[in-house]
Design a protein around this ligand. Structure first.
Ligand SMILES: Nc1nc2c(ncn2[C@@H]2O[C@H](COP(=O)(O)OP(=O)(O)O)[C@@H](O)[C@H]2O)c(=O)[nH]1
Ligand SMILES: [Mg+2]
Length: 447
């Protein structure tokens, strides 16, 4: 789990809110103290901690609550938004032009996780249909060559290296040339990071960058550095304007919160985070999602409480049915409505820990589409709602006409339905497999 310690303490700070019968100034003050403690332990800079908690305090008791939102929800949202805000902007992934040789150079001090990250990124993009390859320009550390070579072989991506070559610049040039010849689209250049201090590191970067002209330079920072990571990020940001950052080792470190917030404070974009030694332990950095996870919104307990709060009636029979794959259009709509009561669907998905099951933006799309779907479904018969398989092209035309939409829109709804049904089934399987049943939160299978 990423930043386990910080997550736990933030979550228990929020539990105070869930547990309290009255939410007043005093409670907010206690919450603030809890937050401060949690952030300080995670090595977040003191002035940043104050800025964060000031913002929470100011907004928490704000008189004007948005309609339909309880004070509790409002405060959670404020804490959530504030953390996300201080973790920085959502940054775009690596800029890759498909079909072209895109060179991305990795720098960072020895041990920060460059080579591992090169391996992870190659795999990450390879899986997404980009032809990736790696170059070892680390002629300094013994074993660097074979380390990367093995990673490349495991992910089945082209590798270039030459153990006898002493010049990093030559290695980079030759590697770049060979990768281009192989038609590699994402060329990841691993460097040595032999210099422990910032100025040496930056000079090394410039020497190599001059000869091969990378599209992007990525600084890999060790998350266990805590707030000290800020100094490295700032020096790097000042030295290059094609730079972005990956913070590694956020799995084990108690100080990762400090590292992330300090880097974010320099305005250097954090593109990915490393969350383990395994090759798939890398993820694009999304501050909003990340903050939600830190707040423990991916834990089931928080969800149950939230469900209770939104006073959603849970229908156990329906839930069991759905997980077995008996899932009608009406069920889908009910699910969506219930989830909507609890707030943005994407956030609820996070709570359910479903981020891996859904492509990034499906959640948002669903929310946008809900209204139109309701209109379309109003033109369907009971039978069709229960048994969408019946809806073939003549019915599609009729429904489209009746609802003032197009056949394409009706088809899109049906497609979405199929997708959800499939997901629901899969979710049912894993849940049953893992826990032998779906106790606790029926009514909310993995939409
Ligand atoms: N727990 C954890 N370990 C990591 C992560 N990234 C890298 N490491 C470990 O950190 C050590 C140094 O990594 P390496 O890639 O060789 O660093 P380099 O010297 O910058 O190339 C290795 O033992 C890696 O397994 C991460 O995200 N989490
Ligand atoms: Mg290395």
């Amino acid at each position: 789990m990423v930043l386990e310690g910080l997550g736990k303490s933030l979550n228990s700070a929020l539990k105070r809110l869930f547990g309290a019968s009255i939410i007043d100034e005093e409670l907010v003050k206690e919450l603030i103290k809890d937050l401060q403690r949690a952030l300080l332990v995670a090595d977040v800079d003191v002035s940043l901690v104050m800025a964060i908690t000031d913002r929470v305090e100011k907004q928490a008791l704000d008189e004007n609550l948005p309609r339909g939102i309880s004070r509790r929800e409002h405060i959670i949202k404020v804490v959530w938004d504030t953390l996300a805000y201080f973790l920085g902007e959502k940054s775009v992934p690596l800029k890759i032009q498909p079909g072209k040789p895109n060179l991305v150079m990795m720098i960072g001090i020895q041990g920060s996780g460059k080579t591992t990250t090169v391996g992870k990124l190659a795999r990450y993009y390879q899986k997404r249909g980009i032809k990736a390859g790696v170059i070892c320009a680390d002629n300094f550390r013994p074993g660097a060559y074979s380390q990367l070579k093995q990673l490349a072989e495991r992910s089945n991506v082209p590798f270039y290296g030459d153990e006898k070559e002493k010049s990093a610049v030559k290695l980079a040039k030759q590697g770049f040339k060979e990768m281009k010849e192989k038609g590699v689209e994402l060329i990841l250049l691993d460097t040595s990071g032999r210099h422990r201090e910032e100025s040496g590191l930056i000079k090394e970067m410039k020497d190599i960058a001059k000869s091969v002209k990378p599209q992007e330079i990525v600084l890999v920072i060790d998350g266990t550095l805590g707030q000290q990571a800020g100094a490295q990020a700032a020096a790097f940001r000042d030295a290059t304007d094609i730079g972005s950052i990956i913070v590694t080792k956020l799995d084990g470190s108690a100080k990762g919160g400090g590292a992330l917030s300090a880097v974010a404070a320099t305005q250097a974009p954090i593109k990915f985070i490393g969350t383990g030694e395994a090759m798939d332990a890398i993820e694009p950095f999304n501050p909003t999602k990340f903050a939600g996870r830190l707040l423990g919104m991916s834990d089931i307990k928080g969800l149950v409480e939230k469900v209770r709060e939104a006073q959603i009636d849970v229908d156990e029979d329906a839930a069991m049915r759905m997980m077995k794959g008996q899932f009608s259009l009406t069920d889908m709509m009910n699910q969506l409505r219930q989830l909507k009561k609890m707030g943005p669907i994407g956030k609820v998905m996070e709570m359910l820990g479903l981020k891996y099951k859904l492509p990034e933006d499906i959640a948002e799309v669903q929310e946008e589409n809900m209204h139109r779907w309701e209109v379309i479904m109003n033109s369907m018969t009971r039978e069709e709602l229960d048994e969408p398989k019946l809806i073939k092209s003549s019915r599609i035309k009729r429904i489209a006409r009746g609802s003032g939409t197009s056949s394409a829109e009706v088809r899109a709804l049906l497609k979405q339905y199929e997708q959800m049904k499939k997901m629901m089934k899969q979710y049912g399987k894993t849940r049953r497999g893992r826990r032998g049943g779906v106790p606790g939160i029926p009514g909310l299978p993995g939409m």
